[in-house]
Write a protein that binds this ligand. Structure first.
Ligand code: ASP
Length: 439
């Protein structure tokens, strides 16, 4: 059995955190492949090493002296090495980094050193082999991640390794130039490694005890979701819930490997299992609630719209021509509305409206601004009577006016549009009726 364990920045921010991580790995002989992030924040106002590296490199690129900034980064690592009492020096590594900064090796190279150096420390601490991700995580010449090539290279490389440390967040292009994923991308590396070694489980260790039913900034102490499907997770993270990088589910989903979100500071908590499919029912009917503010609805009316073939295409073409992606398109007999991000729309407003007028020749166009969208997601909803009824009853009781309703064709989500100002109260009302009332 093989498990891949990824540790986030806060789990590796100091020697004390490293010790917790060491104990977690040693507690289970199957935790054989380790993917570390760069050291994160030790306390609220601290700076992540990745951010320090970006800043330091910007100074180097502007041809200013970056010694002090690089020394501060060196100090972060030295503190960890000293705290772990390791017989390890990163002097030579830092000399190479300083040279490469002067030679303007690129901001991706700079940022990647956070994981690279932490990987060296981790491998020294655990006695596991260090594998430079630049050798095994492949990007193509345009800088796009090459999943199939990586899987072939990496699975071959790790085939007969008992254990290894593979730093997260970066890889290299065919010419050897270092390339990173987007921020938080070590989650993706963990998933790629899990697929390559055909792991039975991908454990993603962070600083929360799992994925929460809703945003803790909106509802105090929300419950932890014990089991969620990849699909549900995708819906919730698209709508703003964040614990795991959006793209991290794809490699393991392909291989059907579950992800377990765990808390380094509370390792006994079971966390959240993210699975392909399950018969485990959510205790609250719904699995989660997430949402985002800042949408505008463009409402279009035209007599006999219902019989005009191609009307919807013409309207959507106006958005496509302006490079705006739409979120939802609820429609009536002679009306249709298009929900898009207000920020994006505002920049191109008149050009979009002119295109709709030209292409679709509507009678009336009106705009509904400052809307929020809330997704109520749950695989158990389609088999449970009255779910939608409870959602809307809770909103009515909270005196919230519903501006839009959309249900996904798979009946796993209900999307509700409300005014931005009603967003928090709406999420709380839905949470209360499903989670608090249920208990
Ligand atoms: N260290 C990188 C970041 O701060 C990547 C990661 O932690 O996943 O975004």
């Amino acid at each position: 059995m093989k498990k891949v364990v990824k540790f986030g920045g806060s789990s590796l921010a100091s020697a004390d955190q490293f010790k917790k991580v060491g104990a977690i790995i040693r507690a289970d002989q199957y935790r054989r492949f380790v993917v570390p992030s760069a050291p994160g924040k030790r306390f609220g106002k601290d700076t992540k090493v990745t951010d320090m590296l970006y800043h330091c490199y910007a100074t180097a690129e502007a041809e200013r002296d970056f010694d002090i900034e690089l020394e501060a980064i060196k100090a972060r690592y030295q503190e960890i090495i000293d705290g772990l009492e390791l017989d390890l020096s990163l002097e030579d590594e830092f000399a190479v980094i300083a040279e490469n900064f002067k030679a303007k090796a690129g901001s991706d190279y700079a940022a990647s050193r956070g994981e690279y150096l932490n990987g060296i420390i981790m491998s020294n601490y655990l006695g596991y082999e260090f594998v430079d991700a630049a050798k095994v995580i492949c990007f193509d010449e345009d800088g796009n991640f090459d999943s199939e090539k990586t899987n072939a290279v990496l699975s071959k490389y790790l085939e007969d390794k008992e254990n290894a440390v593979i730093p997260g967040f970066y890889g290299a292009m065919p010419d050897g130039k270092v390339k990173t994923f987007s921020r938080g991308g070590s989650d993706i590396t963990g998933s790629i490694v899990a697929r390559a070694v055909r792991a039975s489980l991908y454990e993603n260790w962070t600083d929360v005890s799992g994925f929460l039913v809703t945003d803790p900034r909106v509802v105090e102490n929300p419950r932890v979701i014990s089991t969620i499907t990849y699909k549900e997770l995708r819906e919730l993270s698209y709508m703003g819930a964040s614990v795991l990088h959006d793209e991290a589910i794809f490699p393991v989903r392909k291989a059907g490997i579950p992800i377990n979100i765990r808390n380094t500071n509370s390792p006994e908590d079971p966390g959240t299992m993210i699975v392909k499919t399950t018969c485990a029912k959510s205790p609250y009917t719904i699995t989660g609630i997430a949402g985002r503010k800042g949408f505008v609805a463009i409402n279009i009316e035209k007599d006999m719209m219902n019989s005009e073939i191609g009307f919807g295409r013409k309207v959507l073409e106006a958005f496509e021509m302006n490079g705006i992606s739409f979120e939802h398109v609820p429609s009536g007999i002679d009306t249709m509305s298009v929900f898009v991000s207000q920020d994006e729309f505002e920049k191109k407003e008149q050009s979009v409206l002119a295109a709709i007028n030209r292409l679709a020749k509507p009678d009336i166009i009106t705009l509904d601004t400052d809307l929020a969208l809330i997704a109520v997601v749950g695989r158990s909803m389609k088999d449970t009577r009255g779910t939608a009824g409870r959602v809307f009853a809770s909103l009515a009781h909270a005196r919230i006016n519903v501006r839009m309703i959309d249900q996904g064709s798979d009946e796993e989500n209900i999307i509700i549009g409300v005014k931005n100002d009603d967003f928090e109260a709406a999420v709380r009302a839905i949470y209360r009726i499903f989670v608090d009332v249920q208990l």
